[in-house]
Write a protein that binds this ligand. Structure first.
Ligand SMILES: [Zn+2]
Length: 282
């Protein structure tokens, strides 16, 4: 909700806060229709179940539920157009919800027949399945999820609502798709470098992981004939010790060959590590 909308009416603000309730669910949040439907809303609010439990006293709505003998709850809300505070009070303090909504939801569940479930549950095939699996793999990579994430209960339950025909791909399938996609992208990158790069700058850096394993990362930057800057990660891989100037040099040479950078003019940027600077000089 943008700030303008927020400040324009406190009534709309309160209706947004409790959208889980049936009354609030039915309220159209579009600002233009809000004005037109506000009378309808008032009428609906008047017939709401909350008035079985709340009474208007002066300018207040007061909860009339008996919490002990001769002792009423007495929770007060300003008597305005909003009933969402009363709805949430009834739910949280007295475990009371809209009976009409409860009944209709139970009926909906009962009415879902086995053929319905089977009909909506035939899994996707072909191109659609491929597209979904690709999206799942992208999610795993971008959000750093384990390969098993799509088979976890919560994810599957959520997906069954979003798309009942969704079936989680197996680890093995995810792995093979990732490998394929990696190789495809490497090939794509190689072609891109070949066609659009004349002079490149590479950067290289070495790290040691907590497990005491060495890693090397190499990035490559160039300007295309259309003057657009390209920056890509060529690799981030494990590198066996010792990290001597000679071994770093050999590694960089191998990477340059792999990406067909060997016939380009190359500049290198590194940190000041003795082995690194010597490797570049080689
Ligand atoms: Zn109460």
């Amino acid at each position: 909700m943008d700030s303008q909308e927020e400040s324009s009416s406190s009534f709309y603000k309160t209706t947004y806060t409790d959208q889980s309730d049936s009354e609030a669910d039915n309220i159209n949040t579009s600002s233009t229709t809000n004005l037109i439907s506000s009378k309808k809303k008032r009428d609906r609010n008047k017939s709401s179940f909350v008035w079985k439990y709340f009474k208007v006293i002066g300018d207040k709505d007061v909860c009339q539920i008996e919490i002990r003998k001769d002792k009423k709850c007495g929770q007060e809300y300003l008597h305005d157009k909003s009933i969402s505070n009363m709805i949430s009070h009834l739910r949280v303090q007295h475990n009371i919800v809209d009976n009409k909504r409860l009944k209709s939801e139970i009926q909906q569940i009962r009415q879902t027949t086995l053929p319905d479930i089977i009909k909506t549950n035939i899994p996707h095939k072909g191109a659609k399945r491929k597209e979904i699996v690709k999206a799942v793999i992208e999610w795993i990579l971008l959000d750093d999820k384990p390969l098993s994430a799509p088979r976890k209960k919560g994810f599957r339950r959520m997906m069954s609502k979003i798309d009942p025909k969704f079936r989680p791909p197996s680890d093995r399938f995810i792995k093979s798709e990732m490998e394929f996609s990696y190789l495809r992208n490497i090939e794509f990158l190689r072609q891109e470098i070949q066609t659009s790069c004349e002079t490149a700058t590479i950067t290289a850096d070495l790290w040691t992981s907590r497990k005491n394993e060495g890693y090397i990362g190499v990035t490559c930057h160039w300007i295309t004939p259309n003057w657009s800057l390209r920056s890509v990660l060529l690799c981030c891989e494990k590198m066996e010790y010792p990290h001597t100037a000679e071994s770093i040099y050999q590694f960089l040479l191998k990477k340059c060959n792999e990406f067909k950078l060997d016939n380009k003019t190359i500049y290198a940027v590194t940190n000041n590590g003795a082995n690194m600077t010597k490797a570049i000089q080689l």
